[in-house]
Ligand binder design. Structure first.
Ligand SMILES: *[C@@H]1O[C@H](CO)[C@@H](O)[C@H](O)[C@H]1NC(C)=O
Length: 367
């Protein structure tokens, strides 16, 4: 790109945009979950479809087993496709979510199957669903939430029938079905170094890789609470350990909720600091490719439903106004870009300088 073009591109839009600056800082994407009910909200979709704001989207529910194979052998892709089609139209990356999970699982999967039967059920599910989306997914969350917080395997229907082999098998079938997708293991409470669940995850990844499972990435969901969120160092220590096992890492479902509502200005500043720890940890970890927030606005956050009395966890409020956390993240990306800190693809010094100049100009023009 010509420097003059870049200068223009950066200086013209007064609005700051997350994905544009995330890329300038060296990440592959900054994304958001999008759920089906919000597709008909035009104000919401205008922002969700802005690929400079969100370079990646994840269907919040559309691709889950309960939606894709609600009864055995009957596959339905309406909800998943509605979101995948947005990404197709805009050119946003699609993180696909999720193939094998104990939750939002139709009851027929939880009958007492023996190992062979469960193996066939998983094979059929993955071959169909990952086959349907073949070529569209930057990444698949192949297995989601296999552990309890104490590091013991969840006694899911799949685990009861197959033990840890269900995870190995799922990755093998996913890789045969869509070899181009990055295959992830995804979980929550595996962000803050070094709890039992993180240790169990590391042991599991070693076990299944030794058994021939092709695992590309570990997704850290990153649901946390304002003021109690992991520090940058705690996050980086975990990612250093995960980096020894897989080729990439991502924060896949970030939201940082207030536990007391309404919030004060100080609470919102604390939330901004907590978000910055996550973003900085990712920027400074070479294998961390991107960050996805679990919806961008409080209007569609799952938090109030799951944790009554808590909320306001997102970067935009219910009326789609940007919060201090949004502005802080942009500033961090901008200074990382100008410092050439970007870990994945360092910004050349000349470009970084141009961005700094452009930012200064943009600030001067809008001031
Ligand atoms: C997890 O592993 C680390 C590194 O071996 C160790 O320091 C830590 O105590 C372990 N944590 C638990 C809860 O077992």
């Amino acid at each position: 790109m010509q420097l003059s073009t870049l200068l223009l591109a950066v200086a013209v839009p007064a609005a700051c945009q997350l994905d544009k600056w995330a890329k300038a800082a060296g990440l592959k994407y900054f994304g958001t979950a999008v759920d089906n009910p919000s597709l008909s909200n035009q104000g919401y979709m205008k922002i969700a479809r802005d690929k400079d704001e969100f370079g990646q989207i994840t269907p919040a529910n559309g691709q889950k087993w309960s939606n894709t194979e609600s009864s055995q052998g009957r596959f339905g892709y309406g909800s998943g496709d509605a979101i995948a089609n947005v990404a197709k139209q805009t050119g946003q990356l699609l993180r696909c979510h999720t193939l094998v999970w104990y939750n939002q699982l139709p009851s027929w999967v939880s009958s007492n199957y023996n190992k062979d039967q469960m193996q066939r059920i998983i094979t059929t599910h993955i071959q169909n669903v990952a086959g349907h989306y073949k070529g569209q997914c930057y990444a698949w969350d192949v297995v989601n939430e296999a552990f309890e917080d104490d590091g013991k395997f969840r006694q899911s229907a799949m685990y009861r029938a197959m033990g840890v082999d269900y995870i190995t098998h799922s990755f093998k079938v996913a890789s045969q079905t869509d070899p181009g997708a990055k295959l992830y293991y995804n979980d929550f409470n595996i962000e803050r170094c070094c709890n039992a669940k993180i240790n169990a995850t590391i042991a599991m990844i070693k076990t299944i890789k030794a058994a021939g499972a092709p695992v590309d990435g570990i997704g850290m969901q990153g649901h946390s609470r304002v003021g109690k969120s992991p520090s940058k160092k705690e996050l980086m220590d975990t990612m250093a350990r995960f980096s020894e096992l897989v080729s990439e890492l991502a924060y896949t479902e970030i939201d940082i909720r207030h536990t007391k509502l309404p919030t004060s200005a100080a609470d919102r500043e604390q939330q901004a600091k907590d978000y910055l720890d996550v973003v900085a940890a990712c920027l400074e970890t070479p294998k961390c490719v991107g960050i996805t927030i679990w919806d961008y606005t409080d209007q569609y956050s799952w938090i109030p439903g799951q944790y009554p009395g808590e909320g306001e966890a997102c970067l935009f409020d219910k009326s789609l106004n940007k919060k201090p956390a949004y502005t802080s993240i942009i500033s961090l990306f901008q200074s990382a870009a100008s410092a050439g800190l970007g870990s994945a693809t360092p910004v050349p010094a000349s470009v970084a300088r141009t961005i700094t100049v452009a930012t200064t100009l943009a600030t001067a023009t809008t001031a």
